[in-house]
Design a protein around this ligand. Structure first.
Ligand SMILES: *Cc1c(COP(=O)(O)O)cnc(C)c1O
Length: 456
């Protein structure tokens, strides 16, 4: 027998509490502002969109939040998720580094997203909500919320970004199998969708537009609330279960990460694996380097501005301070649909601003090459989004090789790519191209950021 490959925890070891990094921040976050008054929003301002339990999780500075038992009960369907040591990838790269990955593709939807979908569906059902609306890019979030809605008896309406709706019919079929209704966005069902289509009938859509549509429906209906799959503090909170389990598993492996890598769309899977480790560092413990990897075609952390902006394109959401490319920016239609968002989670942005994390960007082809190298060594074919984390981890391992250092690298393999074979086929056929965004559109979108008076 060789060295151990897989680190498994018993069901009873599913964490009982999520970790809230707001308790350990060296400097508090900038407040969320009402776009009309430019004053901080209160819980009541958000009540049309979210149940109060989730609104309170947005703002609390308590370090640990209990995971409700019915949520843990559903987590048992796939959690604890396995942690692997990538011996074969290490050998293929000839690196002295130790590479570990946490695999979130074992969930029913195939990614980390059910970790928050199940929690959000639970709190909405407790509040008596009958329907949830949401947006989805690649379809990962839509299928996760559809799954969670089915288990808690809540109807789910999903606005799927047009380009993904066309590219990924199987994700839609999965959502519909779980009983959800799925519409291409921009759609004719909302005022905002109709206004976008009037200007550009062939609009490819964007997460920003789909969010506006989902928010519009929730705001207009009392029995309907909105669910977001990333970005918000409570979503990142729910995802910390990934890092908390990883900590236990790294202890089993008698190792500890020097570097942690995650891909960033809205920032939730990255936060999930990284925040518990960052928190430990903030409380005086080990401080691993933390590396966020984003697509070069939608580079909010590396090329965006840290400024107040809307979370959606139709300007129905409050203003949050985050790294943004501008809410009117439409990223090109590259294949990691889950990473096509103009902004970044305010918490992740705040940590970047405090220089507690690093960020890098890669083009999609080099990420697919990394994903395929990973599959040939480790067997799992990553989601196109996850390929960015694989690429980041491989770059760190190659740096260790050049420097002759045997560092320990941990990354989040946040999902599998079984619904993304069209993208892999395009890559193999050589028709997948590296997309660049329009610099002109970026400049325009950034010039259009809302102007917010400096706090007194
Ligand atoms: C949604 C998704 C992402 C991007 O969202 P984050 O909030 O940044 O995690 C990344 N990977 C996969 C597999 C996804 O489904």
């Amino acid at each position: 027998m060789g060295e151990q490959t897989k680190y498994l925890l018993d069901e009873s070891r599913i964490p009982k509490r999520w970790y809230n990094i707001q308790a350990d921040l060296p400097k508090p976050m900038a407040p969320v502002l009402h776009p009309g008054t430019m004053q901080p929003v209160g819980p009541d301002d958000l009540a049309p969109l979210f149940p109060m339990a989730l609104i309170m999780q947005e703002v609390t500075t308590e370090r640990e939040i209990d995971i409700p038992e019915p949520v843990r009960e559903i987590y048992r369907l796939w959690r604890p998720a396995p942690l692997f040591r990538a011996h074969r990838l290490e050998k293929a790269l000839g690196t002295p580094a130790k590479i570990f990955y946490k695999y979130e593709g074992v969930s029913p939807a195939g990614s980390h997203k059910p970790n928050t979908a199940v929690a959000q569906a639970f709190y909405n059902r407790e509040a008596g909500i009958k329907r949830l609306t949401t947006e989805t890019g690649a379809g990962q979030w839509g299928s996760s919320l559809s799954f969670a809605g089915a288990l808690f008896g809540i109807d789910v309406t999903v606005f799927q970004v047009r380009v993904s709706y066309d590219q990924k019919p199987y994700r839609r079929a999965l959502m519909e199998s779980y009983g959800a209704r799925c519409l291409p966005s921009p759609s004719t069902e909302t005022e905002y969708g109709r206004s976008v289509l009037a200007k550009r009938p062939d609009h490819p859509g964007s997460l920003g537009i789909a969010i506006s549509e989902a928010v519009e429906i929730a705001a207009k209906n009392d029995d309907t609330k909105y669910a977001l799959g990333s970005v918000l503090n409570h979503v990142l909170l729910h995802q910390t279960i990934v890092g908390l389990e990883s900590m236990e598993q790294m202890k089993m492996a008698d190792a500890w990460p020097d570097v942690i890598v995650g891909c960033t769309g809205g920032g939730s899977n990255f936060a999930g694996i990284a925040f518990p480790f960052i928190g430990e560092g903030l409380r005086g413990g080990a401080k691993p380097r933390i590396v966020a990897v984003e697509p070069a075609a939608c580079p909010s952390l590396t090329r965006g501005k840290f400024a107040y902006d809307f979370g959606d394109t139709g300007h129905m959401t409050p203003l949050t301070k985050m790294h943004t490319l501008g809410s009117t920016f439409t990223p090109p239609g590259f294949h990691a649909g889950g990473l096509r968002y103009h902004g970044m989670a305010p918490l992740v942005s705040h940590l970047k601003d405090l220089e507690l994390i690093e960020a890098t960007a890669y083009h999609q082809r080099e990420c697919f090459a990394a994903g395929i190298a990973f599959a040939r060594a480790e067997g799992i074919l990553p989601a196109p989004e996850a390929n960015h984390a694989v690429k980041g981890a491989i770059e760190e391992a190659l740096r260790c090789k050049r420097e002759g250092r045997s560092e320990t690298i941990l990354f989040n393999l946040c999902g599998h790519g079984h619904f993304d074979m069209a993208a892999y086929m395009a890559y193999t056929a050589g028709t997948l191209t590296d997309q660049s965004y329009s610099e002109e559109e970026l400049a325009m979108a950034l010039a259009g950021l809302p102007s917010v008076p400096e706090p007194a």
